[in-house]
Design a protein around this ligand. Structure first.
Ligand code: FEO
Length: 168
């Protein structure tokens, strides 16, 4: 594996690990602020992000590369509302999509088609994730900040977490 590809894959491993911690922080905030359904959904998503990280780890190891575990920065734990939680998550997913696209671009430049092929899974996954979080955010914005409406959204997110976990 070329050094440039190995380095970029390690950077992506760090980003996925950060994603898992970020979702964990968001889940903890939701659980502490009366949104148990959102918390359950986000705890589940933190596990999914860890799976994204591990998939990259196994790929690097299988190809004889070196995994360099870097320090992962501390995510914010201060949120003001459920809308803010999901706005930050949606923005984070856009950042991850850009990162995956850049990584894919690098594999093309380096003619590393095996890694490019491997990254196809992440490209599809990012389409799903951005769509999912855009939908959730649209719903939250639509209902405004009345407690009754947010209670229903929270319930809905709980079931989404269950079906989402089954679908992945
Ligand atoms: Fe691993 Fe949510 O992207």
């Amino acid at each position: 594996m070329k050094e440039s590809i190995e380095k970029a894959l390690n950077e992506q491993i760090e980003k996925e690990e950060y994603s898992s911690r970020f979702y964990l922080a968001a889940a903890i905030w939701c659980e502490s602020n009366g949104y148990p359904g959102s918390a359950s959904f986000l705890y589940g998503h933190a596990d999914e992000e860890r799976m994204h990280m591990l998939k990259l780890v196994h790929f690097v190891v299988d190809r004889g590369g070196q995994v360099t575990l870097e320090n992962v920065k501390k995510p914010t734990q201060n949120f003001n509302s459920l809308a803010e939680v999901f706005t930050l998550i949606r923005d984070h997913e856009k950042f991850i999509t850009e990162s995956i696209n850049n990584l894919y671009g690098l594999t093309i430049n380096e003619k590393d088609y095996t890694t490019g092929n491997f990254l196809q899974w992440y490209i599809s996954e990012q389409i799903e994730e951005e769509s999912l979080f855009n939908t959730i955010l649209d719903k939250i914005k639509l209902v405004g900040d009345s407690s009754a409406s947010l209670f229903h959204i929270d319930k809905e997110l709980e079931s989404l977490g269950t079906t989402g976990a089954a679908g992945n």
